[in-house]
Design a protein around this ligand. Structure first.
Ligand SMILES: NC(=O)C1=CN([C@@H]2O[C@H](COP(=O)(O)OP(=O)(O)OC[C@H]3O[C@@H](n4cnc5c(N)ncnc54)[C@H](OP(=O)(O)O)[C@@H]3O)[C@@H](O)[C@H]2O)C=CC1
Ligand SMILES: O=C1O[C@H](COP(=O)(O)O)[C@@H](O)[C@H](O)[C@H]1O
Length: 503
């Protein structure tokens, strides 16, 4: 926990393909040159959408600027509707709006130069297939192709059929955005269609929270520190909170929120994936097969979410947003209490919370530790009101970690106070420039590394876990924008409450 770690000295395992000392490259390391020099064709479905503009184009720009992509790069954007104006302009505006203050002009020019748009739909992909064939032959015979489905979950299955029928998937890999399906039945059906189009080895189901440094750090903290591993169970942990509040509202994504809701958008995906990393048993290795096996085993022991332990909320004013129904019952907030029925976690509540238009954007995983049960300090109360000791992992970029402990207050006697040991990544590893989650995962997918992508079986199992709440959703309760959600959600956390980190 001390913040005096020597930069660059962290030994041992990381994620990804094996090279170098300890058998692995440092995750997120910028090599300044691509892992694979073959030309690259990226086909983005949903190319005019929010995600493409907010993350994919700025991410590609940064990767190009860092020299991490091959010179021969072409982007084919597609969707049912032609963008207003030139596609290259849309890409450039997205980089200007969501990228760095001063874009790298050469990278931007390269991105624009290789960008073309062609309309397509689930019913008709012939024009797109033609454009893709032309782009591939321009790039050369050995070009790699990545199809990125950045579209709403309900549209993927029909698009995949079209992709299969038109031959677009030949020799291509597929990245599919979350949520994967909308429930257990649709996820199973989607997997079946998908596997008829490409084998699982060429499938990359993305959950970008797994691309975040702070989320990967959960695994390193747990498994690279023997003493922390020893602490990581019901023996010492009283409760776990996974708190992902967002200050932003729906940012114009009314149709997405109305169709999907926060439970499917955030809980069945990001929060459950974080829970997976926090709670899984030690994986045999840090590769795709081992990590997926460990998560699947954990999710099989995760008790299906109980509607009685779930609170849905909707912020006041949501129904006035453009595109939202006046009587909408879509939830913009979810809090729930979950349990893992195994020897490590039996009876330890896992509290999950996320929502839009909330009072804080500080995302945290908090392991509240048990109070001393024996010895001279047994039975210490919570006189200072700060709650028991806790390990607080801040899911920020860069990450930070606080171990909140009891310590002696200087002076006569043995007065007990609270203090924190803190690790701030930017102080500890100053020069290590992290990749943004989408940059990291785009690179991994391009290089065929599926370690940080989700597997077919685990997503299906997670939908089974979600089924009781999907079948019997609680009525959304109103909450004020800028608050911490409805009162019922505050009560869910019990007497210790939700721990909101110091900013
Ligand atoms: N926005 C975000 O911050 C994030 C989004 N995601 C995920 O990314 C995916 C896309 O999200 P986002 O960009 O926000 O969504 P948008 O609502 O902005 O839609 C993306 C694109 O999908 C296309 N589309 C919509 N319906 C269809 C259809 N029936 N057939 C073909 N294309 C269709 C639209 O283009 P057109 O109308 O031209 O067809 C649209 O531009 C979702 O799965 C979401 O969960 C993940 C992380 C973050
Ligand atoms: O997948 C999604 O994630 C974003 C939050 O991701 P972040 O990395 O920008 O914090 C969320 O706002 C969006 O609703 C959801 O679709």
């Amino acid at each position: 926990m001390a913040s005096d770690t020597t930069p660059g000295t962290a030994p041992g395992a990381a994620f990804g393909q094996a090279t170098g000392a300890g058998g692995h490259p440092a995750p997120g390391a910028r090599s300044g040159r691509p892992d694979d020099d073959r030309p690259l064709l990226l086909v983005i479905f949903g190319a005019t959408g929010d995600l493409a503009r907010r993350k994919l184009y700025p991410g590609l720009h940064r990767l190009l600027a860092a020299g991490s992509l091959p010179g021969g790069l072409a982007v084919v954007g597609t969707g049912r509707h032609q963008p207003d104006g030139d596609y290259g302009d849309l890409v450039a505006h997205a980089v200007a709006e969501f990228g760095p203050d001063e874009p790298d002009e050469r990278a931007l020019a390269a991105l624009r130069e290789g960008a073309v748009f062609r309309t397509s739909s689930a019913e008709d992909g012939t024009g797109l297939a033609e454009t893709v064939r032309e782009a591939r032959s321009r790039l050369g015979g050995d070009c790699r192709t990545l199809l990125y489905l950045s579209v709403p979950p309900g549209t993927m299955e029909d698009l995949l059929r079209m992709i299969g029928d038109t031959g677009l998937a030949e020799d291509a890999s597929l990245v599919l955005e979350k949520p994967f399906g909308q429930d257990a039945a649709s996820a199973r059906s989607l997997n079946a269609v998908l596997h008829g189009v490409v084998p699982e080895e060429r499938v990359f189901r993305i959950d970008h929270f797994l691309g975040k440094e702070a989320v990967q750090n959960v695994l390193v903290l747990r498994f690279a520190n023997e003493w922390l591993s020893a602490l990581w169970s019901r023996e010492h942990v009283a409760s776990v909170q996974i708190d992902v509040p967002e200050k932003i509202g729906i940012e114009g994504r009314a149709s997405f929120m109305e169709a999907t809701g926060t439970f499917r958008d955030m809980v069945s995906t990001h929060l459950s994936q974080i829970l997976g990393f926090v709670a899984l048993e030690p994986p045999a290795a840090l590769d795709a097969a081992s990590l997926r096996a460990a998560k699947l085993a954990l999710y099989r022991e995760l008790r299906p979410f109980d509607p009685a332990d779930t609170v849905f909320g909707q912020y006041d004013g949501y129904r006035d947003e453009e595109g939202v129904a006046g009587d909408s019952r879509s939830e913009t907030f979810v809090a729930l209490r979950a349990f893992v029925d195994n020897d490590r976690w039996r009876d330890v509540p896992f509290l999950l919370r996320t929502g839009k238009a909330m009072g804080s954007g500080a995302r945290t995983v908090t392991l509240t530790l048990k109070d001393c049960r024996e010895g001279p300090f047994a039975g210490l109360g919570d006189e200072d009101g700060d709650g028991p000791p806790a390990l607080v992992l801040q899911l920020s970029d860069p990450p930070s970690v606080r171990l909140e402990v009891r310590a002696k207050v200087p002076g006569r006697g043995l007065e007990v106070g609270r203090a924190a040991l803190a690790l701030r990544s930017e102080e500890a590893f100053g020069d290590a420039r992290p990749l943004e989650a989408y940059e990291r995962l785009l690179l991994d997918a391009l290089n065929g590394d599926a370690t940080l992508f989700t597997g077919a079986e685990e997503v299906e199992r997670l939908w089974d876990v979600c089924a009781p709440v999907l079948d019997d959703p609680p009525e959304p309760q109103p909450y004020e924008p800028g608050s911490y959600g409805p009162k019922a959600a505050l009560d869910l956390a019990g007497p210790d409450g939700w721990r909101v980190p110091e900013s």
